[in-house]
Ligand binder design. Structure first.
Ligand code: SIN
Length: 330
């Protein structure tokens, strides 16, 4: 009898160990939610990350990518991340206003002359400082991902700031972007990315601002007869995760995941420029929308009209931060 009980206990213990072992071996799932199409810099970088992880640690981690707002819109994703419903996202830097005002810097109109300046600033101490600006809110900034410079599209030809007066423009959830459009007497409306095409198509709004890659992949050029090549602002992303999830990963897994993510971000940033050029060419080819190239004099008028926004947000962003970002243009 005693032998029987001992055997039963031993068998149960072995089964428990096997069960615990297999439970430990179950791969960790990382859900990566984003709002853009797959054939965009962010979509490509997200898929690259998924593929690198699948290649290098198939038994340990599985990355599931959800593009085109399939899982969450950007205004929901950070909350979902805090609840553990999603582990990775890369919202535009313009969408963190509820959590920090420091990133408002990136929305100042005509701050960066090109994406090289954006990259240079982001690699500087101040740029790295901003990458950590969400730490106190429970998020880890894992890297900056590029898209490109924004253009203005409308149902009206916009050559000088006065042309935008009274027009309704969709913007991301940024107070700086709101101020930027108010500076030219236009009406800014904060709306989710997933609604923009319909808002434009139904003429509920007159225009929007976005990169060539987003304009083309969202087909805005099919419902907007004019696109002004203004390059007036930057659309860039922060790849983030929650501190709880990140710190809860086994050390070796965290190291490998970060390595794969760094490589995917570098790749995404390398192809972003080409995607921008390619998308612009496709818009031209479509002949659906007229591209307005501003003369230096016309551009100077937009700069003059929008530049006061810098002063308006100087106290919250910090003059030292603005100066450092502007210096990256040299
Ligand atoms: C994105 O590129 O992630 C979306 C940007 C937007 O909301 O306009």
């Amino acid at each position: 009898m005693f032998r029987k009980i001992t055997t039963l206990v031993a068998t149960a213990a072995v089964s428990a160990m096997i069960f615990a072992g297999s439970a430990l071996a179950a791969p960790i799932t990382i859900k990566f939610s984003h709002v853009v199409a797959e054939n965009t810099p962010k979509g490509i970088a997200a898929n690259k990350f998924r593929d690198l992880v699948a290649e290098r640690m198939p038994d340990k981690v599985v990355v599931e990518v959800f593009p085109s707002s399939q899982l969450f819109d950007d205004d929901q994703v950070l909350q979902a991340m805090q609840l553990g419903d999603v582990q990775l996202a890369a919202p535009a830097l313009s969408k963190f206003g509820r959590y920090t005002k420091q990133l408002d810097l990136y929305d100042l109109p005509f701050l960066f002359k090109d994406m090289n300046a954006v990259e240079k600033f982001q690699k500087s101490d101040k740029g790295m400082e901003l990458l950590k600006s969400l730490e106190s809110k429970g998020f880890v900034g894992l890297g900056y991902l590029h898209n490109g410079l924004k253009q203005l599209s409308s149902n009206k030809a916009l050559r000088v700031p006065g042309d935008a007066a009274g027009q309704k423009f969709r913007i991301m959830t940024s107070d700086v972007l709101a101020a930027q459009f108010q500076a030219v007497n236009a009406i800014p409306l904060k709306k989710p990315f997933s609604e923009v095409f319909t808002l434009l198509q139904t003429k509920a709004i007159d225009g929007q601002e976005n990169t060539w890659s987003n304009i083309y992949s969202q087909k805005y050029h099919e419902v907007q007869p004019y696109i002004t090549e203004s390059n007036h602002g930057v659309l860039d992303y922060m790849v983030i995760t929650s501190t709880e999830f990140w710190n809860g990963l086994p050390d070796d897994v965290r190291t490998e995941v970060k390595k794969a993510l760094d490589e995917a971000i570098t790749y995404g940033n390398q192809i972003a420029g080409d995607k921008d050029t390619e998308a612009r060419a496709k818009v031209v080819e479509s002949k659906r929308s007229e591209i307005i190239e501003l003369t230096p004099e016309e551009r100077a008028q937009w700069v003059e009209a929008m530049k006061p926004v810098w002063k308006q947000f100087e106290d919250t962003i910090g003059k030292d931060m603005i100066d450092a970002a502007y210096a990256a243009n040299n």
